[in-house]
Structure formats: structure tokens, C-alpha cells
Ligand binder design. Structure first.
Ligand code: C2E
Ligand code: MG
Ligand code: MG
Length: 367
């Protein structure tokens, strides 16, 4: 049997058997060409055809780790380096070596994701990055008494390629732990930079532009450097740029996070605690993190007519007042909610009532 046919048969067998495996595989041959075991693999394969992305060749050292090719099912876990848009990142993988009868072997690279949903989200994200389908929408925040804009929140918009957008609440939690996510942060910063170029001309001078960052991003070793460099390189004035920290319950090391955030604060970056009241440890974070702003979760706003909820909102407003923190009410959709917020002491708000998230070119210039 000729070699190609033989390989095809092996691959076909593997493909069929791996389809039943809980996590997906890429088959990577030693000569550098890639065949596939399932859709995920096809995707990586296609990426590899582009100049901008390359899966770094598995080096000899890794090959040697397998020893000879006699036994079956040899594997070990290792990150593999992938570069996309000239930025390298590592994907958690498990490399398998499958010996072939003609003394060669093929490698399987298993992408280690916690779930199939996670893998799909990763693929969607790679597609977005690769095709420039990442944008930021912006939503204004208002002083509820004067209707003046006090800040703007940048919100990620990843196009799904079919005219819509991936839902942030679904995709972000699945990918934020992945190294790949740092590409999104970097791409977002590119766009924030462009926003700063037009910010004053939009009538938004002296307002704060907030970017959402997840707990995973804060724990990233380059985190501080990236953001301090950003404000320095772009000459951003103190209090004109801020970070909204989401998913704080995931902060692994509060002390370390607090030090990093403190350093950013020293550079004039405002720190907001997002979705306050939704995570179980929020009160503790007010105490332990060097924050300037508390953003009250939308859930409180939509239940504001409920007596217990309104008491809690009042309590948070008092705490913020006492600790000299700004408080922003999220998700204000009706005049009633807005007025109730003001009554309870929350004077800054954000929501569809005042402004729908939109792209900069749709912005009305503030007077
Ligand atoms: P978030 O930071 O709390 O953002 C507010 C979310 O509520 C946004 O959804 C916004 O479009 C929506 N919203 C604003 N006003 C209203 C309102 O009046 N009513 C209702 N029902 N919703 C309103 P979006 O854009 O889908 O983002 C969801 C979450 O995804 C964000 O919640 C944030 O946690 C995360 N996220 C968004 N952009 C980024 C990003 O660039 N990086 C990271 N790490 N997370 C992001
Ligand atoms: Mg936010
Ligand atoms: Mg929020």
C-alpha cells in the first residue's frame, strides 16, 4: 500500500474515533503539513495557510521526548506557540504521538479547553481577530441631575460574520482565561487610542473613558506595564481613562491585584468595580482594592421598586458617600428608575434611557 493511502486510512480511522472524544484534536504531521480530525482542526489548518499566522513547528526536542515510536498512546502536555498578527501566544495543548506502521509517526495536538463551548468560543474569537471583526461600542454615563456626560464605557463588539454580534456574556467568560484573550485587550487598546484622538471633538473633554477588564487580565503579568505604557505613550490626562473590573470573584490573589491596581491609580487611571452586588465578595473588594468608582449591578436598578432593593441601594450610596467613592447606577431603562436612583443618593447613571451603546460615528456631539 502506498504511503499516502496508508496515511489516509489511518487519518480516517482517527477522525472517526476522535469525533467521539470529549476534546478536539488537530493532527500535525512531522513534515509540517496538517491534516485534520474535526472542525476545530480544519480551522487551525486554514489559519496556517495565512502568512500572518503560523503554528510554530514542533521542535526536535519535543520529538525526542517521545523516544522511539514503537508504543502507542504516548502523550504529554505542553503549551504550543502560535503567532497571530505577529503576536505570539501559547495554547494549552496535549501532544500525542501515533506511530505508523512504516516507522513514521503523526502527531496529534489536542487543544485543551474546558469544554466544547470553550473551544467554539475560541474559534469564534480567532476568526474575529483574524478578520478585523473586533470593534468597541460606547455608552455614555450621565450626571442624573444635570444630564451632563461624566464618562463613557467601551463595550466589546465581536461581529459573527453574519451581520450580528457574539453575545459578550456568553463568549467572554469562556475565553477570558485563555492567553488569546490578551489579543482582544491589545486590539481594544488600539481602538481606545483612536477614541482618544476624537474624544475632545465629541464634546467629551474631561470625561472618563472606561474599558472593561476581567479579573484574569488583571492577574496577567504584563497587565500593569501595558496600561501604564498606554497612558504615557498617548499622553492621557489623569482621570480621563479608567478600567472597569469585571468578574472580581475570580481574582486569584487580591493582594497582588491591589498592588497592580494601585500602581495604575498612581498613573491617573480610575478604577471602577463593575457589577457591584452581583458577585458574592463585592463588599470585601471595596475594602481591599484601591477603587474610585462602584458600579451598581443592573439587577438592583430593574428591581428598584422593591423595598428591600431600594434600601440596599440607599445603603450602598451612603457607603460610597462615606468612603468618597463615585457610584454609578447601571441599566437605567425608565424615568421611574432614574428618579428613584436620584432619590436614593445615586447621582450618576448609565442605561438605555439615556444612551444606547453605539459606535463613535453615530455619536451626537455633546454641548
Ligand atoms: P458590563 O460591563 O456590566 O456592561 C453593561 C452591559 O449592559 C452591556 O452589555 C450593555 O450593553 C448593557 N446595558 C447597558 N445599558 C443597559 C440597559 O439599560 N438595560 C440593559 N438590559 N442592558 C444594558 P454587553 O455589551 O453585552 O456586555 C456584557 C458584559 O460583557 C459587560 O457587562 C462586561 O462584563 C463584558 N464586557 C463587555 N466588553 C468587554 C471588554 O472589552 N472586556 C471584557 N473583559 N469584558 C467586557
Ligand atoms: Mg462594565
Ligand atoms: Mg456592569
Amino acid at each position: 500500500m502506498d504511503k499516502i493511502q496508508h496515511k489516509d486510512k489511518e487519518l480516517d480511522y482517527l477522525t472517526r474515533s476522535l469525533l467521539h472524544h470529549p476534546s478536539p484534536y488537530i493532527i500535525y504531521e512531522l513534515d509540517g503539513s496538517i491534516a485534520w480530525a474535526n472542525m476545530a482542526a480544519i480551522y487551525i489548518f486554514e489559519l496556517d495557510q495565512l502568512n500572518e499566522i503560523s503554528i510554530k513547528k514542533i521542535d526536535d526536542e519535543i520529538k525526542n521526548n517521545f523516544g522511539d515510536l514503537d508504543s502507542i498512546a504516548l502523550y504529554y502536555d505542553t503549551p504550543i506557540e502560535i503567532s497571530l498578527r505577529k503576536i505570539s501566544f501559547f495554547m494549552r495543548t496535549r501532544v500525542h504521538m501515533i506511530p505508523m506502521t512504516d516507522d513514521t509517526g503523526i502527531m496529534l495536538i489536542e487543544l485543551l479547553c474546558s469544554s466544547r463551548d470553550g473551544l467554539n468560543a475560541l474559534r469564534e474569537t480567532i476568526q474575529c481577530i483574524e478578520n478585523n471583526r473586533i470593534e468597541l461600542a460606547y455608552q455614555k454615563q450621565y450626571d442624573l441631575n444635570t444630564n451632563k456626560v461624566t464618562g463613557v464605557e467601551a463595550l466589546l463588539r465581536m461581529q459573527d460574520g453574519e451581520g450580528g454580534y457574539f453575545a459578550n456574556d456568553r463568549v467572554i467568560p469562556l475565553i477570558e482565561g485563555e492567553k488569546l484573550f490578551s489579543l482582544i485587550v491589545l486590539e481594544s487598546l488600539n481602538q481606545v487610542k483612536k477614541f482618544f484622538e476624537v474624544k475632545d471633538s465629541l464634546g467629551l473633554k474631561d470625561t472618563t473613558l472606561y474599558l472593561n477588564v476581567s479579573a484574569h487580565t488583571i492577574m496577567h503579568q504584563e497587565f500593569c506595564k501595558i496600561f501604564t505604557k498606554f497612558v504615557k505613550d498617548n499622553d492621557i490626562k489623569p482621570n480621563e481613562f479608567g478600567l472597569e473590573i469585571t468578574e472580581t470573584a475570580e481574582l486569584e490573589d487580591i493582594k497582588k491585584a491591589s498592588e497592580s491596581l494601585g500602581r495604575l491609580k498612581n498613573e491617573g487611571i480610575k478604577i471602577a468595580l463593575d457589577d457591584f452586588g452581583a458577585g458574592y465578595a463585592s463588599l470585601k473588594y471595596i475594602k481591599d482594592l484601591p477603587i474610585d468608582v462602584v458600579k451598581l449591578d443592573r439587577d438592583f436598578t430593574s428591581n428598584i421598586t422593591d423595598e428591600a432593593t431600594s434600601k440596599l441601594v440607599k445603603f450602598v450610596a451612603e457607603v460610597c458617600d462615606e468612603l468618597k467613592l463615585e457610584m454609578i447606577g447601571e441599566g437605567i431603562e425608565t424615568e421611574e428608575e432614574k428618579n428613584k436612583m436620584i432619590d436614593l443618593g445615586c447621582t450618576i447613571g448609565q442605561g438605555y434611557l439615556m444612551h444606547m451603546p453605539s459606535f463613535v460615528d453615530e455619536f451626537e456631539i455633546e454641548k
